[in-house]
Design a protein around this ligand. Structure first.
Ligand code: NDP
Length: 444
């Protein structure tokens, strides 16, 4: 059996009932096959792959908190510190009822390569809890966040592990967590990113993942002789990534005609009204039915359906495994020529292969959505030097980073004989830097 297959089998055997983690490892290892086989003896001797697929540390803890009626609840919480070869662990905190160890491990594993691709000194980690902030009062969310940080604070710090937001963890949650960290540890440091602007946050962090997705998409199209202007775009999700992807796509002259949430989706042939979407999602924290009710041109549909709409470009920005083979077929049949992932692993492997085989330009999330973590690293830099940069300065650094990421993965794909395969290019470029740092640091 080849080294890649051996390690994949070991991952499945040692990590039972973690399908998303298996899926992420398989996707990465498959596209690294050519690189691994070229260095198999050295990597095997150092157990490099076994080490890279095994987290350096996994923390599991309970979070007790009291609701507004005096009832005590207990949630499961996780922080997986996956790989610190190139910098302190960095990755978001997901608060969603679906969260379990396997999901956090898949996200943490992907984060290693994503962070490497940014070119910035950040290692990979991820965390979260099965707590659902939806429908909770601010006081309940604060009670959860304080209890969560009462335990987590022992394991994180500005130079060791710097968490950030993710699904369910926005500015409110980061604020409560930061306050509790400062209170317990007595230090004012950049231990979290995605902070509010009044206490160490970075301008453009809120916009960064969505904007970065569009900067990279624009570059990918340009390098393939296409232009984003006047193209029709479908987007899934209506959270942080989706909203700012929508905004930047429109600024670049494209028309975004869909958004979705976990209950339904909106088709708006006149183009999504971003100001209204922000009002519904960021201010009122309401459902998309409110968007449709306030806008004449919009149709609301229950369930899933974004990928059935005719488009040129599709940007999945909600969650993992939301774009399946049948969706990929519908996109191809409708003439879609580019897919870039705003979410983490939104496209299943068979759907990805179908898109690639049918000539669709496909950029994986670990490259396309890296603008969020890259700007988080810029927030860390500003915190360390106790300065704040202007919006324009951060935004222009973000744009440079995204353009560089695209060229790095494009070059890596070409170098290894897989021109145009940006999945392979991203995995190879991300892996090589981490592997070199791990080798240089000895067996740790
Ligand atoms: P938000 O919580 O702000 O928004 C998530 C959106 O996706 C919401 O519209 C939500 O709908 C929808 N959604 C969540 N779970 C499901 C589900 N199971 N089925 C259908 N829809 C769902 O999260 P973000 O926008 O921050 O994150 C979106 C994706 O982008 C995630 O994969 C995240 O890991 C990734 N990402 C985020 C970064 C960031 O900076 N925020 C950085 C890099 C990646 P509803 O409100 O109904 O739940």
């Amino acid at each position: 059996m080849s080294y890649v297959d051996e390690v994949y089998s070991m991952v499945v055997e040692k990590n039972p009932a973690q399908p998303e983690f298996h899926q992420a490892v398989k996707e990465v290892l498959e596209s690294l096959r050519v690189v691994i086989e070229a260095n198999e003896e050295a990597y095997r001797k150092d157990a490099l792959l076994e080490r890279i697929v095994t987290p350096e540390r996994q923390l599991l803890f309970r979070v007790p908190w009291v609701d507004d009626n005096g009832q005590v609840h207990v949630n499961n919480a996780f922080r997986v510190q996956f790989n610190s070869a190139i910098g302190p662990y960095k990755g978001g905190l997901r608060l969603h009822p679906s969260v379990n160890l396997g999901i956090i491990k898949f996200l943490g594993f992907e984060q290693i390569f994503k962070n490497s691709l940014t070119g910035l000194p950040i290692g990979g980690g991820k965390g979260g809890s099965d707590f659902d902030p939806k429908g909770k009062s601010d006081r309940e969310v604060m009670a959860f966040c304080q209890s969560f940080m009462t335990e987590l604070n022992k394991y994180i710090g500005a130079d060791t592990d710097v968490p950030a937001g993710d699904i369910g963890t926005g500015a409110r949650e980061i604020g409560y967590m930061f306050g509790q960290y400062k209170r317990i540890r007595g230090v004012y440091e950049g231990v979290l990113t995605g902070k509010g602007l009044s206490y160490g946050g970075s301008l453009a962090r809120t916009e960064a993942t969505g904007y970065g997705l569009l900067y990279l998409t624009e570059e990918m199209l340009k390098c393939n002789g296409k232009d984003i202007k006047d193209k029709t775009v479908v987007i899934s999700g209506s959270g942080n990534v989706a909203i700012y992807a929508c905004q930047k796509a429109q600024q670049l002259g494209a028309k975004v005609v869909t958004v979705s949430d976990s209950t339904g989706w909106v088709y708006d042939p006149e183009g999504i009204d971003v100001a209204l979407l922000k009002e519904v999602k960021e201010v009122k924290r309401a459902r998309l039915t409110e968007y449709a009710a306030a806008r004449k041109s919009a149709e609301y549909h229950e369930g899933k359906g974004v990928w059935t709409v005719k488009c040129d470009i599709a940007l999945p920005c909600a969650t993992q495994n939301e774009l399946l083979l049948e969706d990929a077929k519908a996109l191809v049949a409708n003439g879609c020529f580019a897919v870039a992932e705003g979410a983490n692993m939104p496209t299943t492997m068979d759907a990805t292969e179908y898109l690639q085989q049918n000539g669709v330009l496909f950029c994986p999330g670990k490259a396309a959505n890296a603008g969020g973590v890259a700007t988080s690293a810029l927030e860390m830099s500003q915190n360390s030097e106790r300065l704040s940069w202007s919006f324009e300065e951060v935004d222009s650094k973000l744009k440079n980073i995204m353009v560089n990421i695209f060229h790095n993965l494009d070059d890596a794909a070409k170098k290894y004989g897989m021109e145009g395969n940006y999945v392979a290019g991203a995995n190879i470029a991300g892996f090589l830097k981490v592997a070199e740092a791990m080798t240089a640091q000895g067996i740790v």
